[in-house]
Every structure is written in structure tokens, then in C-alpha cells.
Write a protein that binds this ligand. Structure first.
Ligand SMILES: Cc1cc2nc3c(=O)[nH]c(=O)nc-3n(C[C@H](O)[C@H](O)[C@H](O)COP(=O)(O)OP(=O)(O)OC[C@H]3O[C@@H](n4cnc5c(N)ncnc54)[C@H](O)[C@@H]3O)c2cc1C
Length: 122
């Protein structure tokens, strides 16, 4: 391991994914997260679209993602007046199975060691 160390600010999906990539490349890193924990009230469902499925696959996490997350089969776009804009079967459209999960579940999937509560410690 070199003396070089990457500091990542923020332990959201981007920061945790960057940590995985750096870890795989053998580059030392530290993730600093302002919140005391990764989950927060009002979390939303995260849909993992095809480009992110590719990234998870490259990180070797896709089998785990399929076991932790629910598949997305149909996508329905609805206009504000309630009329239907489009309906797509995503596996046939993208050629892969996309998945969704609560944000906390997704963050647990990609969690790497990080320093929490930076606001409290600053
Ligand atoms: C309602 C809603 C639905 C969404 N649905 C989807 C979806 O289905 N699929 C999808 O891919 N995306 C979705 N998104 C977008 C999603 O929020 C982003 O893809 C994702 O959160 C981006 O991750 P991020 O790590 O870049 O940023 P964030 O998730 O915002 O994470 C940033 C992290 O950095 C921390 N931070 C910020 N400043 C500092 C600091 N100075 N020091 C230390 N820590 C700091 C924050 O506390 C936070 O934990 C949705 C967004 C919303 C609002």
C-alpha cells in the first residue's frame, strides 16, 4: 500500500461506491460522513438502474444485491393529469434485471468502513 490516501467527503452512495473502487485498486482511503449514521428518516426507495447494476457487478456485489433487493419489472410513467404516458417491461427493455430497495438497505449493501458524525467531532 502506498503512502497516498484519498479522503472522500460524504458517505452516500457515491462516496461508498468510490471507497469500494479505491479498495479494489489497492488505494488507501478514508470516508468522512457528517451524519451520525447512514440511515435517515424519510429515506426513499432507490432504484438501481442499468448503469449502476454494471458498477455493482464490477464490484462483485450483484449476487448480494439480487438477494437483498426487490426486482423491478414494469415501469409506468404517469402525467400530472393521471393519464398514462408509457409502460415498459424493464427486463426486456434493458436486457438485465434491475432492482430496488430502501436507501438504508442499499447503503448496507455497499457499506465500507467510514468515519461517522463529522459534524459532532468537528
Ligand atoms: C425523492 C428522491 C428519490 C430518488 N430516487 C433515486 C433512485 O431511485 N435511484 C437513484 O439512483 N437515485 C435516486 N435519487 C437520487 C439519489 O438521492 C442519488 O442518486 C444519491 O443519493 C446520490 O448519492 P450521493 O452519495 O452523491 O449523495 P447523497 O446521497 O446526498 O450523500 C451525500 C452524503 O454526504 C454527506 N455530506 C454532505 N456534506 C458533507 C460534509 N461537508 N462532510 C461530511 N459529510 C457530508 C451527507 O450527509 C450524505 O450522507 C433520488 C433522490 C430523491 C430526492
Amino acid at each position: 500500500m502506498s503512502q497516498f490516501k484519498v479522503i472522500i467527503v460524504g458517505g452516500g452512495p457515491t462516496g461508498l461506491t468510490a471507497g469500494h473502487c479505491l479498495g479494489k485498486a489497492g488505494i488507501d482511503f478514508e470516508i468522512l460522513e457528517a451524519r451520525p449514521d447512514l440511515d435517515f428518516p424519510g429515506g426513499t426507495t432507490v432504484a438501481i438502474w442499468s448503469q449502476n447494476v454494471r458498477v455493482l457487478d464490477q464490484l462483485g456485489l450483484m449476487d448480494e444485491a439480487y438477494s437483498m433487493c426487490a426486482p423491478i419489472m414494469d415501469k409506468l410513467n404517469i402525467l400530472p393529469d393521471g393519464s398514462k404516458l408509457a409502460r415498459n417491461n424493464l427486463p426486456s427493455l434493458t436486457g438485465i434485471l434491475l432492482v430496488q430497495s430502501p436507501r438504508a438497505t442499499f447503503l448496507a449493501l455497499i457499506e465500507v468502513p467510514l468515519v461517522l458524525d463529522m459534524n459532532g467531532s468537528m
